[in-house]
Design a protein around this ligand. Sequence first.
Ligand code: SF4
Length: 365
Amino acid sequence: MKITFPHLGNACFAIKALLDGLEVDYIIPPLSNRDALEIGSLHSPEEICLPFKIMIGNYIQSIKQGADTILFVGSCGPCRFGEYCELQMNLLRKLGYNLEFIVLDAPKDIGIKELFNRIGKITTNSSKSTVEKLKILNYANSIIHLIDRIEEKARFLSGYEINKGECKNLLNQCKTEAFKCNSPEEMLVHFKKYEKKISNIHIDKRKDPIKIAIIGEIYTIIEPFSNLYIEDKLMDYGVSTKRHLSPSWWLKNLTLLPLKLNSLDIRRASREYLPLYIGGHARECIGETVLAKEKGFDGAIQIFPMGCMPEIVSKAILPSISKDKDFPILTLVVDEMTGEAGYITRIEAFLDLLERRKENVLYGN
Ligand code: SF4
């Protein structure tokens, strides 16, 4: 059995650590790139959303390297994500690939026994004892939280850094080197080292950079290739960004969901504009926008794939929030045809607007 999985932001580090610890064979697909998108677009239904296409590309790139089992998370949610697994299995079968799919669904949908049964499939070839497996799982959990924390700090501090590019370089170095770690323990030490390094970079606290919240559909905001590396670009412009959604947020949210203690802040903040969960992360998008304004951010950028149903609803609500709270919001829709030049022009125009607003406040205009 050779496991592979689609790229979902920093999740690859935790999965790598987990499979390294269990001593289970795996293949990490190349970081999502144009080839993956082209392969995925070639085989996927034209109207399906962008994440589906890139994931198909990830799978096929791994299958070509010998992967025979796909690990994925499922959902019975009301948007297309609920159909992803079934569609992907059928599509790959039709392409002639004989694969096993291990789909990790929420216990409320498949039952706790079935969930353990599926987890058991991942660990069948592992010689580790139950205690060791639990320890490895705990490491993987710490790793996903650590790398998301490092990324969050680096992205925010880049607006305050004294040596231009330091945060971005450290973050890239941290991620590149993490792929060379051979055990969960080694990766944990590695990330702890980088967390210290990021916390110790030289910053100028007197700076008042533009602060932007990155909101929208979870895949397109956590997978850098799918949003044309927007967070990196904003770092280059000296902008501080904050993104609430991340793999560690998703995990925490899922754990607290049965107790109804998940995302209390987002639920409170979204109540006025979208009091219901309508699928995807539309409610989170609305709540995060309100929270960003409350926390003194200068604006928000919403990103979602063409045709994403939940985010189209959010997009329709965001102008009301923007008007009520005097809070600028830019929406970027991405698909396989998105051209970089037009995309950058829109971001730059938005940054100009935010800068002008800041100056007006400063000089009392
Ligand atoms: S949230 Fe949007 S992009 Fe993601 S699967 Fe659902 S419809 Fe597609």
